[in-house]
Ligand binder design. Structure first.
Ligand SMILES: [Fe+2]
Length: 310
């Protein structure tokens, strides 16, 4: 099998969005989601499918309920061992400890599931500094980071084809075992870069140093070769031209494709209240299809042959 093709139906993004983007970042307004649900969710899910992310703007922030309702209009929120929809308000004592506000490098979530979360959503409901007089949020940090894993992989493939091949073929153990009584691992070993063999296209990225198990001896490649490839991949993920940085703001709900887009953040001070959740990939795609194509067309396509992207 040759190297995977670039998926031309997607628009890869870098530090300032996709080249030739007419609207960046893509967004749908909350009032549209409320008044014309199917049309707005059709646009929203199509933006996420093409660009990897989208915002819902003007979401009310007095409670987390509106955010939860918007996500449920895409599909039901996934339950995991952490719970379902979350609305996290750290108390002041917790906010002073380092582990609640440290920088996080770009990663994907739930690498340890056979079916990692398809969509991930964040809504910053508030960010204040209780010790400051003006409660301003300008100097509190907490910039958000997104990296288009498909774009980064296309760079890796072009610059270091062997490293791409190693990350595509060496299958690794992934796990969630930080909580007493919980030891989750996928049904089998998975590589960092997964390719849909029918279409020959990259379709899923797993990347989280904290969830990765021991790199095994592969038939073809040694762990040293895998780590060499991983270093090249990591260097690309940290390039200024690849990192998309922005400030989450109350009212702006971010939803992104966790199979494609890595996320992180810079360190912050003060107290942040964030809500969000996961949505399954199959259920999000079902909603996308049914809000963008007539049913008879969808049935013809999904029953007839493999068409993940259409
Ligand atoms: Fe995360």
């Amino acid at each position: 099998m040759g190297l995977p093709l670039i998926n031309t139906s997607l628009e890869y993004f870098g530090a300032s969005g996709p080249p030739n983007a007419t609207e960046w970042p893509p967004s749908v307004d909350f009032t549209d989601v409320s008044s014309n649900e199917d049309e707005a969710i059709g646009r929203l899910t199509d933006m996420i499918r093409r660009n990897g992310l989208a915002f819902v703007t003007s979401v009310p922030t007095e409670t987390a309920e509106h955010t939860e309702r918007v996500l449920e209009k895409i599909a039901f929120i996934r339950l995991t061992h952490y719970g379902g929809f979350y609305d996290f308000v750290p108390d002041l004592a917790m906010a002073d400890t380092a582990y609640t506000n440290i920088a996080l490098t770009a990663h994907t979530d739930t690498t340890y599931f056979s079916d990692p979360a398809g969509l991930q959503a964040f809504h910053l409901l508030s960010h204040v500094d209780p010790s400051a007089d003006n409660n301003g949020s300008q100097s509190l940090g907490g910039q958000s980071l997104l990296v288009d894993g498909f774009y980064a992989a296309s760079i890796l493939k072009a610059e270091h084809p062997k490293a791409f091949e190693i990350l595509r073929t060496v299958k690794l153990p992934w796990h969630a075992s930080g909580n007493e009584g919980i030891t989750i691992a996928p049904d089998k070993l998975y590589p960092v870069l997964e390719v849909d063999e029918n279409r020959g296209e990259l379709h899923r990225v797993r990347w989280n140093n904290d969830d990765r198990g021991v790199v095994p001896f592969d038939d073809k490649y040694s762990p040293e070769e895998w780590y060499d490839a991983a270093r090249k991949w990591n260097e690309i993920l940290r390039r200024k031209s690849v990192e998309y940085w922005f400030q989450l703001k109350p009212g702006n709900l971010l939803i992104f494709d966790n199979w494609r887009v890595l996320h992180g953040r810079s360190a912050f001070t003060g107290v942040r209240r964030i809500c969000g959740g996961y949505i399954n990939r199959d259920d999000y795609y079902s909603r996308w299809r049914n809000t963008n194509y007539p049913r008879h067309e969808i049935l013809k396509r999904i029953i007839g042959h493999m068409v993940y992207g259409a």
